[in-house]
Design a protein around this ligand. Sequence first.
Ligand SMILES: Nc1ncnc2c1ncn2[C@@H]1O[C@H](COP(=O)(O)OP(=O)(O)OP(=O)(O)O)[C@@H](O)[C@H]1O
Length: 675
Amino acid sequence: MTAGVYKLTEIPEHSGKEVEPPDSSERSSEKSVSLELTSMVTRDSLSVLGLTYIVKRWEGSWWKGCCMRPRMVKSVLTNVSMHVSSGQLTALLGNSGSGKTSLLNVIANRASGQIVGGVYLNNTLMTEKVFQHEAGYVMQDDRLIANLTVRETLTFTASLKFAKAATEVITERVNRVIGDIGLRHVADNKVGGLLDRGISGGERRRVSIAAQLLQDPKLLLLDEPTTGLDSCTANDLVANLAELAKKRGKIIMMTIHQPRSEIFKLVDQVAILSQGELVYGGPSVQMVPYFTDLGYPCPKYSNPLDDYIDLASIDRRDNAVEEESTQRVGVLKAAFVHSTIFRQTLSNIHQDTRILQTIETFQQNAAGFIQDPPGFYFTFQALVWRMTVNLKRDRSALAVRLFQLGLFALFMWLFIFRLSNNQESIQDRIGLFFQSGQVSAYVGLVNGVSIFPPIRDLYDREARDGLYTFLVFILAYFVQILPFHFVSSAVFSSIVYWAIGLYPDAKRFGIYYSVVMMMHYIGEMLGVIFMGIFKSTSVATSVTGLVLAISGLIASGFLVSLQNMLQIFQDFSWANVFKYSSEIFMANEFHQLEFSCDEGSGMFNCAIIHLHYFRTIIPPGVPCLIQVGDDYLNIAFPDAVDNLSVNFAVMAGFVGALFITTLVVYKIRGVRNLH
Ligand SMILES: Nc1ncnc2c1ncn2[C@@H]1O[C@H](COP(=O)(O)OP(=O)(O)OP(=O)(O)O)[C@@H](O)[C@H]1O
């Protein structure tokens, strides 16, 4: 590699001529062997030409009385030019904030700011599609499914990447990558997570790398692959990457923090960034002589990488040293622009990008089954399979999903034990139905919060890699959770309905169960929606919890009857699912249910009901007003019996509307960049 700063005005003219595409017979023969190691026989190169990356920063602060306003204030990268070839391992170095990750993001088409200059893989402009087809990006955090084995993880990714390939081909590819990256000894071990120990941190990192190697990319980017690993494991990993670059002819570029001197011997190329500009970019063997010529020899026994990163850093301890180090870095940047290494960079870039290939030609040349995206149904099935297997193997999560709601029902049973039909039981029933709606929705939310966030983060990574879209992801998630909701709602409903003793009728039980099930599902849907809106899971959980609590308070009619609420709350209740669930619960239970009339307690209970709901004075001499449940319905939930089917339909409509809302939210949200 050679690297350097290239003035934008000096960007070479391209002839615009295209490379002749191979004829169709050639392409079809390529198709059958498209898993062969093409990168071994061709020389590939990555050219970064005059790259400048500018981001908008929020400025100002509301507490100082001014509004936050975006301003184009920061140039994260300035005129960076690099040229690297296949077979080489490149280390991107620099102090914190020097722009290493940003450079990888720009190369990978994942940066969101304004970009000037170009990135080319061979002679093709790097677009998102080209990157997805020809390159892999291993981000800092390993996003893996804890309960799959290493082999299952890779087979799943391979089956989405090569949807049209035969099983043997996928197996062969997975085995080869497992061998290449040194995972053979843990191939059938569970990946594990934070709580459930599986393979080691270094091995997890290798699984993330292996997932990117499956499609045999020409270019592999890694953001701090050694972070969090002990020095021995880190060295092993870098040695493995260096070997991979040479053996498989790949361009491998990694950012690295605090590189040890052993790593220096393993890398072929070094690029040192300072404040977004290169102070050196070239062969590792030329680095020490280069800086020595500039008057900065590397002291004996010190690590040259550490030494020159320090040299290229701005020291901000006090004004004097800051000024001195800023001047020094300025001189280093300028010196590099005038170096022979830099001139060689420009010459190499010019050579490789002289005749640009259009994206269309690239796609024709690259046609093979790797490019064919898997069908919607295939991806849907694969995602449902993975989510289900993951949950089934996590016994505690599975138990929580299936029985948390039932456990609550058990407490309700212990608390109420058995309902009678006296006047006091009216109040008990109201409380029971209030809880039935609230708790089922809330537990749905809690279940989603414990399971959805890691799956969503994985979706971000895999969607970025072009494996599937938000539509199939959301659909798969909502379908996959359905059986668990059926079971947990059934456990809850059975305990509440039969043990506590609601209206003894199978059809009415079915109605109660359906409403509980829908509320449980709606709770989780709301959680998924808010986890799409807010980055932070805890904020999303709090907001969803608040929305559920307030909705239940305002619209259920259990705390204050709808007729006695302010008009604005009455209007709001029409758009609130608790209004409909409450009406169904009440009509389902109270219709034709007879209540006994014991004078003393009846008077007392009726007084409570009257004061609470109707704010009227009890007529003297009336022992109790509610003799049949319909008496109560007529006053507190009029039309609830007549509207039973309509209310059901409205609730189903809510489920549909929330599904569409989820799709809209995730469409707008897009795919988030992860670290
Ligand atoms: N989208 C963005 N909006 C605002 N500032 C940004 C954005 N992207 C990068 N930056 C800023 O650019 C600088 C370089 O960031 P980057 O993450 O590339 O540095 P780095 O060298 O990878 O740092 P580290 O080694 O600490 O990860 C930082 O000051 C960062 O805050």
